[in-house]
Design a protein around this ligand. Structure first.
Ligand code: B12
Length: 462
């Protein structure tokens, strides 16, 4: 059986920075069905057409976020036309299974490893006969009349350590490039703009032993010196972080590996900062969102503006670079409140600062709010208006603000982008001496890093 897994993205991102999701599915299916041949690609319909012609898959598994859904629909059409059995999954489909199209044979809701394995097993016996799949947990499919059939929700897999490491041999990672890891799934908070907590429902962790073994494999196989811990909240379980540090200290070859991890201001203490510093964490990524108490209370539970300020100071003081993510355009947010956030972004010791327009993503509180306000017609959604980070065409975004004109808000957004670019330029200049030393010591690694930075700059951080 030949399985092609596709992460939908623009042509500028072909086979770069693949998210771990398809990597987990590939390694899990490969582990249980040894004779399956798997390939993973990331890109646009034309890229998929080329790869389908070369690889001739029996099954194509498509992953997409909402802003790229129109491309996923075109990919499903071209794969269906070429006789492949089309399966679609991921955050968008799971939040809005009703958006499935007739070229999509099966939709997978939620966590995908067990469901995709079942689909491959049924396919080897029943091929593309859709009715053979209705009993599987975690699927949706259209019957002959086009009616959407939903099966029972798939239980979350426990323990997470059952899952083999993602198949990074299939994820087009360049030697020396930074690599992304996911060491937990879910988040126990619930920000109004985040589709993740609704998707993962609860929080589960890989053990510290699993995490350190995965770091070892990544360093051995990909010669990287920097790892992103992309969890929604890497530090959610403090004890586990302490255990990870203790295990890393027993691995001299891992001592030079640097980490970027996700953090939260209400958890940011001096002790935690010192612990992460000892772990060689060089960057902490915080969802700070806003420096106005009312707007912050609307966007994000259980954190205060003072905690935001203190977190940045504490981590900066402990020598860890702070990257802050901010959200502007909340319904009741006023100009004065945005000015408070802009002033902070301009003056606080932030290494990077990225501001995004509040965007109604499916499965989020703001999605329902946008529908109630008639800003979105769920029957006819223009998905390309859901671009969170759309420098080329900000006019296209959906504006949720009830207090200011779209142009005023977009002007503010441009002001944040100017600060972001200025910080990026300063960081780039500051890193030149380090890059020169690294270029002399390990030229290939350095060239891979420069290539990756240029790509990251193009793709944004979240
Ligand atoms: C890491 C991450 C990134 C990284 C990826 C880098 C990297 N190398 O890993 C970067 C920074 C590049 C990124 C970018 C963006 N991201 Co992002 N990202 C995440 C994050 C935090 C983790 C993704 C992950 O690896 N999850 C863990 C794996 C195991 O889960 P998974 O990928 O979801 O896959 C599982 C299931 O979804 C399912 N599945 C997924 N695909 C498929 C396909 C098939 C066929 C099947 C059967 C199953 C299946 O099975 C998988 C295994 O269980 C998620 C939130 C989250 N916690 O999941 C947001 C998240 C997916 N991103 C999101 C968004 C919006 C974006 C951006 C569009 C934002 C922007 N700046 O424009 C960009 C563009 C994405 C792109 N494709 O280019 C949203 C998507 C919501 C939506 N409805 O669209 C999320 C949910 C964040 C949120 N809070 O809302 N992202």
């Amino acid at each position: 059986m030949r399985l092609l897994l596709v992460e939908t993205a623009p042509s500028s991102q072909r086979n770069s920075r693949l998210t771990a999701g398809l990597g987990y599915i590939a390694s899990y299916v490969r582990h249980h069905i040894p004779d399956v041949v798997v390939q993973i690609i990331k890109g646009d319909p034309d890229w998929v057409r080329e790869n389908v012609a070369d690889f001739r898959p029996d099954i194509v598994g498509i992953s997409t976020v909402s802003q790229y859904y129109p491309m996923a629909v075109r990919i499903a059409d071209l794969c269906h036309e070429r006789g492949a059995f089309v399966v679609i999954g991921g955050h968008h489909l799971s939040a809005l299974p009703e958006s499935m199209t007739s070229s999509m044979d099966i939709g997978v809701v939620g966590e995908g490893e067990d469901t995709m394995l079942d689909i491959c097993r049924v396919f080897s016996n029943h091929g593309a006969q859709r009715s053979a799949y209705v009993e599987l947990d975690g699927v949706v499919l259209q019957d002959k009349s086009g009616e959407l059939l939903r099966s029972r929700r798939r239980a979350l897999h426990k323990p997470l350590d059952d899952f083999p490491f993602p198949a990074r041999d299939l994820m087009h990672i360049q030697p020396g490039e930074s690599v992304g890891m996911i060491t937990s799934r879910g988040c126990s908070y619930g920000c109004v703009f985040c589709a993740s907590s609704a998707f993962w429902q609860s929080i589960r962790f890989h053990s510290a032993e699993y995490v350190v073994a995965e770091i070892k494999q990544i360093v051995e196989q990909h010669h990287t010196s920097h790892i992103y811990m992309w969890d929604d909240l890497f530090v959610a379980d403090r004890k586990r972080v302490e255990r990870i540090l203790a295990l890393l200290q027993q691995e001299p070859r891992l001592r030079r590996i640097r980490y970027s991890v996700t953090c939260r201001a209400n958890l940011a203490t001096d002790e935690l900062a010192r612990l992460l510093k000892e772990m060689n964490v060089v960057e902490a990524m915080f969802g700070l969102e806003s420096m106005s108490p009312d707007t912050l209370a609307y966007l994000k539970p259980r954190v205060t503006v003072d905690q935001n300020r203190e977190a940045v100071d504490v981590f900066h003081r402990n020598g860890i670079r702070v990257t802050g993510f901010f959200v502007i355009g909340s319904p009741q947010e006023t100009r004065e409140e945005i000015e408070q956030t802009l002033h902070f972004v301009r003056t606080a010791p932030l290494y990077r600062a990225e501001a995004y327009m509040l965007t109604p993503l499916p499965g989020t509180v703001v999605w329902n709010y946008a529908i109630e306000r008639g800003l979105i017609d769920p029957e006819h959604v223009d998905w390309e208006r859901l671009y969170i980070d759309n420098p080329e065409n900000p006019e296209n975004g959906i504006i949720l603000s009830e207090t200011m004109e779209p142009d005023v808000l977009r002007d503010y957004w441009r002001k944040f982008q100017r600060v972001r670019r200025r910080k990026d330029r300063i960081n780039l200049l500051a890193r030149i001496p380090q890059h020169i030393t690294h270029l002399i010591r390990s030229p290939f690694e350095e060239l891979a890093l420069v290539r990756e930075r240029l790509r990251t700059h193009r793709q944004g951080h979240i």
